[in-house]
Design a protein around this ligand. Sequence first.
Ligand SMILES: [Mg+2]
Length: 164
Amino acid sequence: MRYFLDTEHIDDGERFELISIAVVCEDGREYYAAVEGYDPSAVTPWIEEHVLPKLPPLGDPRWKSRRQIRDDLADFVIGDEIEFWTMCAWSDWSLVVRLFGRFEDTPDSWPMACWDLWQLEAELGLTRDDRLREPDGVHNALIDARYHKRIYESLRRLPAARSE
Ligand SMILES: [Mg+2]
């Protein structure tokens, strides 16, 4: 079962912190959460302009603790032969693993690595110019995770599992 990831996160060179996360399954299920209690002092101008306006309003139930997000992901990401996919995998994957602690602390059925759409594009001889056009609303993790799923489907020439 393939799962497509995206995170929005702070990386100011020292702090590397999850702000929001989305996981979209190839079967059409979707998960999204924003992280309660992320460090606002670490927010960069770029994050302030591009990411914060796309987070849920305060009080929205999609704001969750890191512990809740971890438990939700363990329940959500299930199935046989699980694969994670994202774009520029190192950052998203590191942040997912950190929700659990160490690599060894992620669920036993999960793989140790996340596949990278950039690498798949490169192996196919494609560049960023060949990529599907970005949807409106990028830098919202759910929109980006759906986009990653569509990129994968286009690279593998799979019919879209569901329309948006
Ligand atoms: Mg994103």
